[in-house]
Design a protein. Structure first.
Length: 343
């Protein structure tokens, strides 16, 4: 092989290789070009180097020198190309981002313990076939009192014991009257709302807020929640009431719970009882219950000769506090995350 031919092959290769490296756009095409032109095993440089032995011995030195120059030129083109790609990658990364720093754990919110309790109570009662019903928190005296057999002169209607809403006319705010709307003082209102719309059989619970102007202390708060229950059908008895409440308590507090009824009075039930559960060595009162008073059935147009039913109203905060060992109702509404994060 003549020196002339060798050098022209060499020049062609350098041109071809630098054009190839110029055309590279990503790591993949860079690797293809690298193997082809500078690869140690099968690269074009290696092939051309083998030709040197076929050149006249007197020309070999010159050939070797030109080969080394060309090899360096191709290697430079490869290095330039590699740097060009690497700079592109580096520029795409935010220079202030330090991947070695530990991450920030996202803050996950909590469901409020009272909401958790409400969901739990609905699930337990749902398994016994009770459906959830709702009523408004701003009520009229008919649903909060009259239909529940609480007559006009009854002390439960006293403005000092209820949040009546003020009304206003051109002369300003009028004195609060017992005929005004009010924030409901009990979820028993929902009994009336359900029976006004549906015929028996009825099997509902209603879980919601009630309001009373009590000064806050460890066991009182001006807003709290009740679970109201109402069951109406033919031949419903007090034994049914006691069974439902016992099964409920066993599911919510545990199998070792006992139930006790103490005679009491509520205008909307006859007979009426206070409901106590025995758990963790103590009897605790959780609410009231009884057989629906015939006057209540008459107020909603049910025939008390055909139907009977039971009703109950339990304090949701009390249930929640007893189960979780909470001793101050105000903790539930303080918004203190150190308390709330425990649930
Ligand atoms: N509404 C009563 C209260 O707030 C609780 C209650 C007692 C509800 C007896 C009932 C019931 O349904 O039958 O004190």
């Amino acid at each position: 092989m003549s020196l002339q031919d060798f050098l022209s092959d060499l020049d062609k290769l350098v041109q071809e290789a630098s054009a190839a490296f110029d055309a590279v756009t990503d790591a993949e095409s860079l690797e293809v070009a690298r193997v082809r032109y500078v690869g140690q095993k099968s690269g074009a440089l290696r092939d051309i180097q083998k030709q040197i032995s076929k050149i006249e011995p007197s020309d070999r030195k010159a050939a070797g020198m030109r080969f080394n120059e060309s090899k360096a030129a191709i290697q430079d083109a490869f290095n330039d190309c590699k740097q060009r790609l690497g700079q592109g990658e580096a520029a795409a990364i935010d220079p202030t981002f330090d991947p070695t720093l530990p991450g920030l754990r996202p803050i996950v919110g909590h469901i409020h313990p009272i909401t958790q309790t409400i969901e739990h109570l609905m699930e337990i009662m749902g398994r016994m076939g009770f459906e959830a019903a709702e009523g408004p928190e701003v009520e009229d005296p008919w649903h909060n009192f009259v239909a529940l057999n609480i007559p006009e002169d009854h002390p439960a209607r006293d403005p000092l014991d209820n949040f009546y809403l003020a009304t206003a006319n051109q002369n300003g705010v009028e004195p609060v009257s017992e005929g005004n709307q009010l924030l409901r003082s009990q979820t028993s209102t929902v009994q009336i709302r359900v029976m006004e719309k549906q015929k028996p059989p009825i099997r509902v619970i209603s879980l919601g807020r009630v309001y009373r102007p009590d000064a806050p202390d460890a066991t009182h708060f001006p807003m709290f929640h009740q679970m109201e229950g109402l069951f109406v059908d033919r031949h419903v008895t007090m034994a049914n009431l006691k069974t439902v409440l016992r099964v409920f308590a066993a599911n919510y507090l545990g199998d070792d719970v006992a139930i006790r009824f103490r005679p009491s009075f509520f205008p909307f039930t006859e007979p009426s009882v206070e409901v106590d559960f025995f758990w963790n060595d103590a009897w605790v009162e959780f609410g009231g219950a009884g057989m629906v008073d015939p006057n209540v059935f008459e107020a909603v147009g049910y025939d008390p000769e055909q139907y009977s039913g039971f009703a109950f109203g339990l304090g949701v905060e009390r249930l929640c506090m007893r189960r979780h060992g909470i001793t101050d109702i105000r903790d539930l509404y303080s918004g203190d995350l150190r308390f709330l994060r425990q649930f």
